[in-house]
Design a protein around this ligand. Structure first.
Ligand SMILES: Nc1ncnc2c1ncn2[C@@H]1O[C@H](COP(=O)(O)OP(=O)(O)O)[C@@H](O)[C@H]1O
Ligand SMILES: [Mg+2]
Length: 340
């Protein structure tokens, strides 16, 4: 692919803040996140559990549960010209979650797949009927045509004998097949952006490899952008063109995948890399877990949120001021006082 990042962004998130105001305090789940995503690009979003990856995705789709709320920031999304709306850029953060425009975008132009397919399918309707409904919600096609499209897309995502599978319930399928069916549902409306939130975390290694390969192949055919959320850096190394590293609701480092893996700058990124098995690991390579734990959301550290766990902590600086993202290379930026 020739420099896909040179294309105008499909999605441009700016200073996004999504907070949960509760009696016990405010959880700043997403606290000033910015990144761009261009067509054909796979952006890997990584970070330990609780760092705000899913809430970032849910904010884009405007499906954050109460009392969560976008309190600041912009989510510019370039609408697909084929949807009759013209290729306009809309700020999703300004739309009502249940507005006609948001509903036309959600599921059709931006699709979501996630870890547990069981919860995305009704247990009492066949997977086929649910995909048919999704198609008919966004496209003016009759039932028979939608059913044919459904069978075709099930075949495309590698479901064998789709003519029979189409009438099965989700719980009659294996985990891998259910995940393929969810991908089929997500792709049924030809989205320009696919958000995949830990799509393979619940799968065994072989099935995981197959699902990732499928996503890669579908992306090559359709040219969609993928936002791939995972805590698994191995998955990122295989799939992503660009990487965003999140910690406690902030982007601490971002850049092309090679820069992140070969010249990681942020102590958190380096620690994350040391904590995973190498892709081609020598049998007994030692892994170093990251010291300490992600703090409780109500006890957010002052200054740089990573400072209590950081090996390169500078007293009087990192605990007093918050660093900002600064460029350290071509499209590579880091938020750390070591580089200011
Ligand atoms: N419904 C909710 N109410 C309150 N806090 C929430 C809710 N959902 C998520 N959070 C908090 O938001 C933060 C980010 O969560 P999340 O985006 O799910 O993390 P990740 O996907 O990176 O594991 C966490 O501290 C989590 O506890
Ligand atoms: Mg999550």
């Amino acid at each position: 692919m020739t420099a896909p990042t040179a294309a105008a962004p499909l999605l441009s998130v700016r200073n996004l803040k999504t907070y949960f105001a509760q009696d016990e305090g405010t959880v700043r789940a997403v606290d000033g996140v910015s990144f761009d995503l261009s067509p054909g690009v796979t952006l890997g979003v990584v970070g330990e559990s609780g760092c705000g990856k899913s809430i970032t995705a849910r904010s884009i789709l405007r499906i954050v549960d109460r009392p969560g709320r976008i309190v600041e920031g912009e989510i510019h999304f370039r609408r697909s010209a084929s949807n009759g709306a013209g290729a306009d850029v809309v700020d999703l953060a300004k739309l009502e979650p249940n507005s006609a425009e948001m509903r036309a975008i959600r599921g059709a132009e931006i699709a979501l797949i996630f870890q547990e397919p069981m919860s995305s399918f009704s247990p009492v309707h066949s997977i086929g009927n649910q995909i048919i409904e999704a198609i008919r919600l966004h496209q003016p096609v009759g039932r028979r045509e939608a059913r044919e499209k459904t069978i075709e897309i099930l075949r495309r995502v590698g479901v064998s004998t789709p003519e029979q599978r189409v009438d099965q319930l989700a719980n009659q399928l294996s985990g891998g097949l259910r995940q393929r069916a969810m991908i089929a549902m997500a792709l049924s409306c030809q989205p320009t952006l696919l958000i995949a939130d830990e799509p393979t975390t619940a799968l065994d290694v072989t099935t995981q490899t197959q699902i990732l390969e499928l996503m890669r192949q579908l992306q090559q055919e359709d040219g969609m952008a993928i936002m791939l959320i995972t805590h698994d850096l191995g998955v990122v190394a295989e799939m992503a063109t660009d990487v965003v590293v999140m910690y406690l609701g902030r982007v601490v480092e971002q850049g092309p995948v090679d820069a992140i893996f070969h010249e990681p700058r942020h102590p958190y990124t380096r620690a994350l890399l040391r904590s995973i098995p190498r892709i081609r690991a020598r049998a007994r390579e030692r892994l170093t877990p990251i010291a300490g734990a992600v703090p409780h959301p109500y006890d957010r550290p002052s200054g740089c949120p990573f400072h209590p766990r950081c090996a390169e902590f500078m007293a009087g600086r990192c605990d007093r001021q918050a660093p900002t993202l600064r460029p350290v290379g071509d499209r590579h930026a880091v938020s750390c006082f070591l580089y200011e």
